[in-house]
Design a protein around this ligand. Structure first.
Ligand code: ZN
Ligand code: ZN
Length: 268
């Protein structure tokens, strides 16, 4: 069963390819399921160089629907989005959930004050306080029950780099919250493209960090491998195959097919 639930789209302004181009690549590689999950519009963040404008949301949905109609007999195509978790956004999430099959939570920004005024990049967390705040935000996101998958939970290591006691604590907090809230954690293959840097633990890619996933394994937390591709030709290229090999070797609790939350009772 080959599937990818984390696929971008040209509308976010830093990816290429429309739905049809990703679908054709998925069919060529014998995929059974392709979930489109571009960065969701959010005019309260305003970073339109990395996400679609609200006026483009319907174009995105229609683009997916056209491929569903054209290729639905060959492959299951799902409508998804990748979204950050912010306080005071309840209506926003409820509205998005009505329009798509699933939401991926990807926390690319954090705020130390839970506001929209002092957001900074989740790729550049440096202090113990910042990575503990990251764990707190991820926990709140999981508790909200709006999300089906948590993208790259180990993204905090990108800036922090040293897998010290605090980094280990953050991993435990995230994995425990994933168990408590039945969340699927994503092993993000796109991290394998981000180069390697010096860390106290050696020359390593920013994420996935194996120390995190060894801890995840002890919790038997549900996991999934996603390509997080920003171009059709890298949906399943050699880098993804390398990541897949590492993922399989880890022996994590792979879910196979995602159970869509909106199809379960009691979930908005
Ligand atoms: Zn992106
Ligand atoms: Zn993504």
């Amino acid at each position: 069963m080959k599937r990818n639930y984390h696929t971008h789209h040209y509308l976010c302004n830093h990816a290429t390819g429309n739905t049809e181009e990703y679908v054709l690549e998925a069919i060529r590689n014998n995929f059974d399921i392709l979930g489109m999950s571009d960065h969701a519009p959010n005019n309260r963040v305003g970073d339109y160089n990395v996400r679609m404008d609200e006026s483009e949301f319907d174009i995105y949905l229609r683009d997916i629907e056209e491929s569903q109609a054209k290729y639905g007999d060959k492959i299951t195509i799902l409508k998804g989005l990748e979204v950050e978790y912010f306080n005071d956004h309840e209506d926003y999430y409820k509205n998005l959930r009505k329009k798509v099959d699933y939401l991926i939570h990807g926390q690319h920004y954090i705020s130390m004050t839970d506001s929209m005024n002092d957001l900074f990049s989740g790729f550049g967390l440096r202090t113990k306080e910042e990575i503990l705040k990251y764990a707190e935000i991820l926990t709140k996101a999981m508790e909200s029950n709006y999300f089906d998958i948590m993208a790259h939970p180990d993204l905090y290591m990108c800036g922090y780099k040293n897998f010290d006691e605090t980094a280990e604590k953050v991993a435990h907090l995230i994995c425990q919250a994933a168990i408590d809230n039945d969340m699927v954690l994503e092993f993000n293959a796109n991290g394998f493209r981000r180069g390697r840097a010096n860390t106290p633990q050696g020359i390593l890619q920013p994420y996935p960090r194996m120390e995190f996933w060894e801890i995840a394994k002890t919790y038997n937390v549900k996991t999934i491998l996603n390509s997080d591709c920003h171009s059709p030709k890298i949906l399943y290229d050699d880098v993804i195959k390398e990541a897949e090999e590492v993922y399989l070797k880890l022996g994590l609790n792979d879910i196979g097919i995602l159970k869509l939350k909106h199809k379960q009772k009691g979930v908005i």
